[in-house]
Ligand binder design. Structure first.
Ligand SMILES: [Zn+2]
Length: 276
């Protein structure tokens, strides 16, 4: 699988490919333009919520394809469904042409998680399949359940999933206080299974934490909150500075600069620049 090879290449060469979660065409455009400029491969993350917001998985696929064509994008672009809650959702995305899906059955017993992940891997030989083990926390270090190394070994052995997202102390949303990342767990995982790992909840971590995680096998890092914050901050500032502006084209355009700053900065921290 050509697109999976991109992630393997990152894993073997000590850098990580960023997954930037997107919400619409403009947002996607800014991400793609900046990644092209930096010659960084990119994973575009779309959630079920965003696919609904856009009008369906096919809309997301078409937006990405059309932008690639119109903007002459040459870097590898992987379109990924983030945190799918059902097999049906994954199948719809795959049918619409998504390159990669994450089935999030981390809240179910391991047996169920293995069963659904395994069936997706077997039935979709041309799609990258990601699963999650343990519970990644939410806003402010709440509810983290660190992955059990035995569970990770089992899910890899029994499903052969392409990507595994362990819970090692990261949280979705905003961190409260210092994140407590369990790097020993990453070492253990690397020793037991030779598989690229995914970091969820990357927004707001220090460069040092990113670099250490990458050195220990993280080859895909998901960024969502930081982009949303940049977007909202730009819109708020623009409307404050230009209270009479009513043209959405100008209002939305103002977000591009901040989004590109976030993208460019992280690409350099992850080391994915000039890897495309
Ligand atoms: Zn996530």
């Amino acid at each position: 699988m050509k697109k999976y090879e991109e992630i393997i290449k990152a894993y073997k060469n000590g850098y990580a490919i960023p997954q930037f979660n997107t919400i619409d065409a403009e947002y996607t455009r800014y991400i793609l333009e900046e990644c092209e400029k930096e010659k960084s491969p990119v994973i575009l993350g779309v959630s079920e919520k965003v696919a609904n917001h856009l009008g369906g998985f096919k809309v997301a696929r078409n937006i990405v394809d059309t932008l690639i064509e119109e903007l002459n994008i040459t870097i590898p672009v992987i379109l990924h469904l983030d945190h799918a809650k059902s097999k049906e959702s994954c199948e719809k995305a795959i049918k619409a042409g998504f390159d990669s899906v994450m089935i999030d059955y981390s809240a179910y017993p391991l047996e169920e998680n293995i069963k659904i992940t395994k069936s997706l891997v077997l039935e979709n030989p041309n799609t990258i399949i990601e699963c999650e083990v343990g519970t990644i926390g939410k806003n402010g270090n709440e509810g983290i359940v660190y992955s059990d190394i035995k569970d990770i070994e089992r899910i890899k052995r029994e499903t052969n999933a392409h990507l595994i997202a362990p819970s090692f102390g990261t949280v979705h949303g905003v961190y409260k206080g210092e994140p407590k990342l369990n790097f020993e767990l990453l070492d253990e995982i690397k020793n037991k299974i030779d598989t690229p790992l995914v970091m969820h909840g990357g927004s707001g971590l220090s460069d040092e934490n990113f670099k250490k995680s990458i050195a220990k096998g993280v080859a895909k890092i998901n960024i969502n909150t930081e982009l949303k914050q940049a977007w909202t901050k730009s819109i708020r500032k623009f409307l404050n500075d230009n209270p009479n502006e009513t043209d959405p084209v100008f209002i939305i355009k103002s977000t591009g600069v901040e989004i590109k700053k976030v993208v460019s900065n992280l690409i350099h921290v992850f080391g994915s620049n000039n890897k495309a």
